[in-house]
Design a protein. Structure first.
Length: 343
């Protein structure tokens, strides 16, 4: 579970280290900072912080977790947002995340939980703060193995780009089939004719029916079928051939899929291993497979994408548009209260 997003109280997280959105004087402040101090023990934590203060904006220092479930608290000083100094804001916020991750690795932490630094009383726009956080974490995980969790207390503390959400919402409106909707066979004649005319119009304009892209072609093998050989080839072997065909390395694939190295090793070394649907889709995203190729890979693990599942439709949106950033996909899935891709 290299990087995930959850709604929770960060003081309850059972990880090696949690990050405190600190001020440069390392004094107990408000919001997340206040909650951490109170849960850890105000007097003990303040005494430890006094020995390290002050720090510069963007710096991070580490103390014991005291009464918290976490072993350590990493105190990161994020910037106070200034509209006229966007470049400096981002520089300091990136540094706060990077230095926190460095402190964790230096202290042999295997897991760390972050709040969305500077997005509270410091005024950093939440969508921009989220972009910085995911960008830094993604870059860091390329060269380090550590489980990272972004903890938000409630939805108001988490905002995805309105433009992206609007595009996804439109796609869902067009393709999501609610299981409670009236079926074709239950339509009256005038509605049936309307659907028929709409279908003819789509065919005339050459617009593909995305829902049919999951149905394998009959008679003529696809390029993936030729590459894979037997249609009943196990998931693991198919995956390994795809990795070679796409010119990627194992490390690149499991990192891009947001998977733990140990889980990927199980899939690689056990020919009969059947991954979860979320893991299989994550690997398809990491390999930048087309919609047809994704459907084929999922079939080998016993799954299929469905327009009756909002999770599947959201994933389909990104694949159809060739957007293979798994962190961005997970942000949208989180916004829609769906499970996340990866480990």
């Amino acid at each position: 579970m290299p990087f995930t997003i959850i709604r929770n109280d960060i003081t309850k997280m059972k990880v090696d280290a949690i990050v405190n959105a600190a001020n440069t004087e390392l004094r107990m402040g408000g919001g997340v900072c206040e909650a951490i101090f109170k849960a850890a023990g105000v007097n003990e934590l303040q005494e430890a912080c006094n020995k390290l203060a002050p720090i510069k904006t963007g710096d991070a220092v580490i103390t014991s977790g005291f009464r918290l479930p976490a072993k350590y608290i990493i105190h990161a000083a994020g910037p106070v947002y200034r509209e006229w100094n966007a470049e400096q804001n981002e520089k300091h916020l990136r540094a706060a995340y990077t230095n926190s991750l460095k402190r964790a690795v230096e202290n042999k932490c295997k897991s760390i939980a972050f709040p969305l630094i500077s997005s509270g009383i410091y005024g950093y726009p939440k969508d921009e703060a989220l972009q910085v956080a995911t960008s830094v974490i993604q870059e860091f995980l390329v060269n380090h193995d550590i489980d990272v969790t972004l903890v938000v207390f409630d939805k108001s503390a988490f905002t995805v780009s309105r433009e992206l959400l609007g595009a996804v919402e439109s796609y869902i409106d067009e393709h999501y089939v609610d299981t409670h909707q009236i079926r074709r066979g239950q339509l009256i004649d005038v509605e049936e004719r309307a659907f028929y005319e709409a279908d003819k119009d789509y065919r005339r304009k050459g617009i593909p029916d995305v829902s049919k892209m999951f149905v394998p072609s009959v008679g003529v093998p696809s390029s993936l079928d030729v590459l894979m050989g037997k249609l009943d080839e196990p998931f693991s072997r198919t995956l390994l051939r795809l990795i070679d065909a796409k010119g990627k390395t194992d490390v690149e694939v499991y990192k891009r899929a947001n998977l733990d190295r140990k889980l990927f090793s199980k899939i690689r070394n056990n020919k009969g291993y059947m991954p979860s649907k979320r893991t299989a889709i994550a690997l398809a995203v990491a390999l930048e497979l087309s919609l047809n190729e994704t459907g084929d890979l999922l079939k080998r693990a016993g799954y299929a994408l469905s327009h009756s599942q909002k999770f599947d439709v959201i994933v389909e949106y990104f694949i159809v548009r060739g957007k293979y950033d798994i962190f961005k996909i997970n942000e949208v899935l989180f916004e829609y209260d769906q499970p996340l891709l990866g480990g």
